[in-house]
Design a protein around this ligand. Structure first.
Ligand SMILES: NC(=O)c1ccc[n+]([C@@H]2O[C@H](COP(=O)([O-])OP(=O)(O)OC[C@H]3O[C@@H](n4cnc5c(N)ncnc54)[C@H](OP(=O)(O)O)[C@@H]3O)[C@@H](O)[C@H]2O)c1
Length: 261
């Protein structure tokens, strides 16, 4: 957040407060592109860097597009007292979710419960942190807002419910790692980093679209646009061998055991 010192751009005048990407420096030169005027009367100018800026928007977009918390669901957020996490937890409460925040130390946890209205706050430095998290999520986790990775992710992972949603926005536990694959050969941090950087969607969805599928696929087959191959094995007695062959790639096409002609 900067104050305009001098301007030859008529859109800005000396004294204007602007949001810019000028970085950590005392003075910067700009042609005005990308500068966003702020009104310090509407909100304190620091909020443009936090709750009303990129971190607040990160929380909002992650919940709206991916997390989609519903009333009664359990949402867990890591780095919960930070700019992103605190907004995530409060917005999820507004949506009616039960919110469990994970933060470091009793001071941050007290703040989450007492000031921000989180249902539960857990200190991830506690020796029994995974057990505390499990106890705080008796119905499992429906939304996990990922800011951290590392040991927090390891505790969250076994508690995820079917159809849980995971907005991945930060992996702060891994930012200082030199290699993308740990010395133990663990590729998970690299996978999570790819999800974060490339905005990957990794999902298996069985929505109620079976009638649409049948209609569409039959039409495509009759038009010759959708082809299929079958590998038919005769005799129920050959089923075990055929099934084992599937695991070795011996089948070529959809394996079907014909019990009788
Ligand atoms: N658009 C985006 O994608 C976007 C935007 C903003 C932020 N982010 C990411 O979101 C995350 C939170 O950002 P923020 O600005 O709100 O920061 P923040 O939460 O204020 O600061 C980071 C916090 O992470 C926690 N932390 C650090 N190392 C940890 C570890 N190894 N294990 C567990 N917790 C650890 C610490 O809190 P505790 O003391 O509570 O452990 C620390 O205070 C960051 O990963 C950031 O890179 C992404």
């Amino acid at each position: 957040v900067s104050r305009v010192a001098r301007s030859r751009n008529t859109a800005f005048k000396a004294g204007d407060i602007v949001l810019s990407h000028s970085g950590w420096q005392s003075y910067a030169i700009s042609d005005g592109a990308g500068l966003q005027k702020l009104d310090p009367e509407t909100a304190p100018m620091t909020t443009a860097l936090g709750i009303l800026g990129m971190p607040g928007f990160t929380a909002y977009a992650g919940l709206r597009n991916i997390g989609k918390p519903k009333a009664g669901e359990t949402l867990v957020v890591a780095a919960a007292s930070g700019a992103v996490g605190s907004a995530v937890g409060q917005m999820a409460k507004i949506c009616g979710a039960r919110v469990v925040g994970i933060a470091g130390g009793s001071k941050k946890c007290d703040h989450l419960r007492q000031e921000l209205g989180f249902d539960v706050a857990i200190d991830h430095h506690s020796s029994d942190f995974p057990a505390q998290l499990a106890a705080a999520c008796p119905n499992g986790i429906d939304v996990y807002f990922e800011n951290v990775g590392g040991h927090v992710w390891s505790a969250v992972f076994p508690l995820l419910n079917d159809f849980a949603r995971i907005p991945v926005y930060g992996l702060i536990a891994h930012y200082n790692e030199e290699s993308s694959v740990s010395s133990r050969g663990d590729q998970l941090p690299a996978v999570m980093r790819a999800i974060l950087r490339k905005s990957l969607t990794i999902q298996r969805e069985f929505a109620d679209q079976r009638p649409d599928f049948s209609h569409q696929a039959e039409a495509w087959i009759s038009q010759g646009r959708l082809k299929y191959k079958e590998d038919i094995v005769d005799g129920l007695e050959n089923a075990p061998e055929a099934f084992l062959g599937l695991l070795e790639g011996k089948n070529f096409g959809k394996l079907i055991v014909r019990v009788a002609p």
